[in-house]
Write a protein that binds this ligand. Structure first.
Ligand code: ADP
Ligand code: ZN
Length: 214
């Protein structure tokens, strides 16, 4: 088992970038944020537990996250290559992931740090709109739909994620600084950190990452 990690503040573009990498490689995309939103939608016990944290922009407790990640990994094979998006997000999650990888005879080969200036992040997140029906992502000024509030692709309604309102965005950035930013140092010391300029277009970030992917 081999894994790469996408690390970066909310709004850095982890989701968009993982789509490009997924299409260009054979990495299996694992987004804890997507898994949690699915659990919330399905109303599972995990979803019920996670929702209140997510709506406030707080992190979901480590034990909940590790349970869903381990459950997902246990369904895979030994030769699988994973791309983690939004995980790990605390030092404890990173340590537990190391343990799990060691146990499975795997390695974390590269950790891509998506670097974006903070004002760019705030504007990206507070302007983001998502299709209720197909999940396509828009931005009110950067990537506007042809008709306001309507998905170009499927005609579905666009909505704003409850945690994309400006106050919650600022809290998520604060949570990132307090709880996640220390992972940069953690992975730099292991010699696996790769910095990517993710402040320009998604295409440029994807090109840079694919060039660096070993
Ligand atoms: P973003 O990176 O834009 O914040 P995500 O979809 O990755 O969006 O995460 C949305 C929310 O899901 C987070 O604010 C947090 O509440 C929860 N979450 C996702 N991944 C984790 C994780 N690894 N640890 C704790 N909470 C998580
Ligand atoms: Zn749509």
């Amino acid at each position: 088992m081999k894994a790469i990690i996408l690390l970066g503040a909310p709004g850095a573009g982890k989701g968009t970038l993982s789509e490009s990498v997924k299409n260009a490689t054979d990495f299996i995309h694992i987004s804890t944020g997507d898994m949690l939103r699915e659990a919330v939608k399905a109303g599972t016990p995990t979803g019920l537990e996670a929702k209140s944290f997510m709506d406030k922009g707080e992190l979901v407790p480590d034990d909940v996250i590790m349970r869903i990640v381990e459950e997902r990994l246990s369904q895979g094979g030994l030769d699988d290559k994973y791309m983690f998006d939004g995980f790990p997000r605390t030092l404890e999650q990173a340590r537990l992931l190391d343990e799990a990888m060691t146990k499975a005879g795997g390695v974390i080969s590269q950790v891509f740090l998506l670097e974006v200036p903070t004002p760019v992040i705030v504007s990206r997140l507070s302007g983001r709109r998502i299709c209720k029906n197909c999940g396509a992502v828009y931005h009110i000024t950067n990537i506007p739909p042809k008709v306001e509030g309507i998905c170009d692709r499927c005609g579905g309604q666009l909505y704003q994620r409850p945690d994309d309102t400006e106050a919650t965005v600022l809290n998520r950035l604060d949570v990132y600084q307090r709880q996640t930013a220390s992972l940069i140092d953690f992975y730099e010391k292991k010699g696996v950190l790769v910095r990517i300029n993710a402040g320009e277009t998604p295409q440029e970030a994807a090109k840079e990452m694919l060039e660096q992917l070993a």
